[in-house]
Each structure stands twice: as C-alpha cells, then as structure tokens.
Design a protein around this ligand. Structure first.
Ligand code: SF4
Ligand code: SF4
Length: 507
C-alpha cells in the first residue's frame, strides 16, 4: 500500500517531483478556489486502519497479500501488534484532534488476534468519542468478546462462498448478532465464483433481517486482469446498487483533479504506524511524527480514478449523481441509503429497464476498453526476428522485481507474480497459464494483458497479449528451495512450461 502526506494534505510522489513548483501551484490554486469544509464537520475524523494482513481465509479475489501463520522466529509481520502493543495504539489514537473519532479496522482479518483485539476494543469502549467499525469474515467466536461494550461497534461481515458454506455463514451472523454485536452490513462480493449462489444467499440473509450489500468485484487477486463482466453479474449489481455506486465501481471514471472533501475527513493508517491523509501518496510514522494536519477545504483529487469505497466518492464536490449532504459516511448510512434506493427506484423497474441499464454499462465498458487498447504503443514488426530457443513450445519469463530472480516467502504466504508467456507456434495463443509446485496446481490465469515491450522485442505482433499477473496462495512447504512450474496451455490443450522459478521458503 502507498501512504503519503504533506503538511496541508498536499502529497508528493515520483510523478509530482518532476515539476514540483508547477504541481504545487496548481494544487494551491485549486485549494484557494475550493469550498471550505462545513463548520459542523471540522471536529469529526475517520481513521481507516489497515491493521493486519493476517487472515485465515484464501479468497481468490482478495486484494491483500495475506499471511496465514505467525512466524516461529518472531520477526514482525504486517500486523499492528507485531509493531506496537495495544496500549501504545490507544495512546496514539488519543492524539487525534477531534471530538468524534470514527475508527475503521480492516485487514486481513482483525479478529484473528483475538486477545489483542479484545483489549483494544475495551480500550476504545472507555473513550466515548470513539465509534468503531470492523470489516471481518465473521469466522470467530463472539463469546470471547462477551465483556466488551458493543454499543459503539458496527460490523461489516463479508460472505466468501469459496471459504465457507452459506449454512455456516448464516449460523455465524445470527450467533454474532445474538451476542450483542451490531451488524451494519453483510457484504457479498460478486466475483465469478460467487455468482451462482447469489439468489439463495441474498434471500436467506435478507429474510433474517440483514442488509446485504452487493459489491461489484474489483479486478484484483486471481482476477487482476479481468476486464469483462457477464450480463448476469451486471444484472445483479444493477438490481441492488445505486447509479452512483455503479458509476464509480464499474466504470471508474477519470477524476481530472475534481474537488473532493474526502482527504479533509480521513486518515489512512497502516499496521506499522505509517499514516497519510487519505488519497495522497507518501507517509510519516504517526508514533514518531504524529498525525498530520488535515486540509480544511476540498482538494483536487490526486488520483487518476476514485478506487472506490462507497464513502469516498460521496465526498466529491458537485457530484451530479449525489445530492445528500456531506458527512462521515458509515456502513449504517450505506445500508439505509441503498435500502431506500432499492425500495424507491430498483423495485419499480421493469425487467426491460434493468436490461437497458445493463446494456448501457456494458457499452460504456466496451468504449473504455477500446480507448485503452488504442493507447497501447504500436508494435514495429521487423522482418528479421530474433530466433526462438529450439525445442521450446512456450517462451516466457517471470518478472524479477529488484533483480531478484527468485521468490522469497514463508510457507502458506500469498505472493504476487507477474510475467509473460507465449506459444512458439504462430496462431496458437495460450488460453491458460497454470502454476504448480510439485504435482499440486496452486493457481491459474485465463485473462492476459498487453505487453508491447515483449511483442516489440521479438517482433511478433501476436505476442501482444502475453502478459499475465496474479496473486497466489502458497501451500504448506518445508523451508528450502522449491521450483514453481509456469505452464502454458494452448487452444488444443497441449501444455509446455518454462524452466522452474525458484521459491525460497524461509520458515
Ligand atoms: S477477502 Fe478473504 S482472504 Fe482477503 S482478507 Fe477478506 S476474508 Fe481474508
Ligand atoms: S475522488 Fe476519490 S480518490 Fe479522489 S480524493 Fe476523493 S475519495 Fe480520494
């Protein structure tokens, strides 16, 4: 994750530092022209705390490089309490200047470190200005938290059908609610593997009185190169979301420095104490340098697009699709607002009107894909092409960031891999890449992305779509070196692999 901050919320990044004066001038001009933060919000702040990458689940669409096991060596992992004890974190939150402090805990799975979490929640409960929101998978025992005051704790429980059954999830959310927790939303990520059981899950959970939020999947994890959404997925998200949410979560419009209040109200805090004003790059350690001052005006969006949690784009100034007053938008607000929209708008739409909205979204996505493909540099094809290695049916490579020609990880870690792979036979583009360690398949990729550098180097236009990228959960492996097999599958099902890529397991 990237973090960053500058005194008045003006960030710095590699891109900006090329023209620092120009950038600074344009941001300052935008701030001078920007509306002030309303008076009643000047004393209210949210901290989004990415407190851990520890998780007991292995969701294919997870955007986090989660780890499953604590280290035996005691080396700090990406986990808040490996860096500072609970008391230090509580003291840190005392330094945030605000009479109402919203703290959102997310990960990974915050409840896995149940002892430290319970101590933290009890500490928060003793401070009336703190309201706590926790994103969790719900796979924990609520009885352990019996002595925690839950009146200002609100849960967002994700249902992950590849990791737990609907029956088990239902049993858990009912148990957690009966134990006194407020469940603001049950979140359903509409990924390809979750689509089939959506209707049943939605009906059962809604029937029990839960608000089920339907999140269009971000292209991440195993689906990081997925650019298309089926009509069925699109129909489900249309029926259950506002137009505003679809616009930002499906289309991802360019922000073009639009004015936004989100950075004036939100910090982003990491497990190691690194803090940034939300959306800006660069960070400082909150324990050493404190929380930086937030801007008191709307600021020009520093991002290309709003990567979008629902509360983020609701803070954009003059967003035509949103007219509700600016506030710190919580999970409970989301449940109320989207429920009202479903009742007042979606439930009154005919099937044909839904299909028309699906067609409009698909057409908008097709236009974006076309624009993106037109931006890919033209590949110059030389008549003399470099010779291909003899006897190899597939050619390719695993990318080696920082010139490390191996992967270093712990057993059962999740790793990110990128590279390219192409068939040596003309007219036989690969349809899949499989990853194996020993006899065990540990991942696959079916969606490719453009690698104009590869196509240009080899002078083969048909290798343009040879790029692959993915996030893989390693299996339990003993310490030592293992070979990762990267195997291409051609349209006829023939397979061939490149030389094994070393995976070094430290513990
Ligand atoms: S998406 Fe799944 S794997 Fe990722 S943090 Fe949530 S529960 Fe864990
Ligand atoms: S538009 Fe989105 S990315 Fe940009 S500043 Fe606002 S919340 Fe951040």
């Amino acid at each position: 994750m990237t973090r960053g901050i500058h005194a008045a919320g003006i960030g710095s990044s590699g891109k900006m530092s090329l023209f620092p004066e120009l950038y600074l001038t344009s941001v300052l001009q935008s701030i001078q022209a920007a509306p002030d933060l309303p008076e009643h919000l000047r004393d209210e702040v949210r901290v989004n705390w990415y407190m851990t990458q520890w998780c007991n689940y292995s969701c294919p669409y997870c955007p986090v490089l989660v780890f499953h096991k604590r280290t035996k060596s005691g080396k700090p992992q990406p986990h808040a309490f490996d860096y500072y004890p609970v008391e230090k974190w509580l003291e840190l939150f005392d330094t945030v200047q605000a009479s109402k402090l919203h703290i959102h805990l997310t990960g990974g799975e915050p409840f896995l470190d149940r002892e430290n979490l319970r101590a933290l929640l009890r500490g928060f409960a003793a401070k009336p200005r703190i309201h706590t929101y926790i994103s969790t998978n719900g796979a924990w025992d609520p009885a352990y938290f019996a002595d925690v005051d839950k009146s200002r704790i609100f849960l967002d429980i994700g249902f992950h059908p590849t990791q737990t059954s609907l029956n088990e999830l239902v049993r858990q959310v009912v148990r957690i609610r009966e134990a006194g927790f407020n469940i603001a939303i049950v979140n359903y990520v509409l990924s390809p593997e979750n689509t089939d059981i959506f209707d049943e899950a939605f009906a059962r959970l809604s029937g029990l009185g839960f608000y089920v939020h339907v999140s269009p999947m971000f292209p991440t994890g195993e689906h990081i190169s997925r650019e298309v959404r089926t009509d069925r997925e699109m129909e489900i998200v249309v029926r259950h979301n506002t137009r505003l949410d679809l616009h930002y979560k499906v289309i991802w419009p360019e922000m073009n420095k639009r004015l936004c209040f989100y950075p004036a109200l939100n910090y982003s805090l990491g497990w190691d104490g690194g803090v940034q004003v939300s959306c800006f790059d660069g960070s400082q350690n909150a324990f050493e340098h404190g929380f930086p001052a937030l801007p008191r005006q709307a600021v020009a969006c520093p991002q290309h697009s709003c990567i979008g949690c629902c509360e983020m784009y609701r803070a954009i100034v003059d967003e035509p699709l949103y007219s509700n007053p600016l506030k710190i938008f919580t999970h409970r607000d989301l449940a109320q607002e989207v429920s009202a929209y479903r009742r007042d708008v979606r439930s009154k739409m005919t099937d044909e009107e839904v299909r028309r909205e699906v067609r409009d979204l698909q057409a908008a996505l097709a236009t974006i894909r076309k624009k993106r493909s037109e931006e890919i540099p033209h590949v110059t094809v030389n008549s003399i092409k470099p010779a291909l290695p003899e006897g190899q049916n597939v050619i390719g490579y695993v990318d080696a960031p920082d010139s490390k020609f191996y992967v270093e990880a712990r057993s059962r870690d999740r790793i990110m891999l990128t590279g390219w792979l192409a068939s040596a036979h003309y007219g036989a583009p690969l349809k899949e890449i499989r990853f194996r360690i020993g006899d065990r398949q540990i991942g696959s990729v079916k969606e490719f992305y453009p690698r104009p550098d590869v196509a240009a180097h080899f002078g083969r236009e048909n290798w343009l779509m040879s790029g692959w990228r993915t996030m893989i959960y390693l299996p339990a492996l003993p310490p030592g070196e293992h070979g990762l097999i990267v195997e291409g599958v051609d349209p006829l099902g023939s397979t061939a692999s490149i030389p094994p890529w070393p995976v070094r397991i430290s513990e």
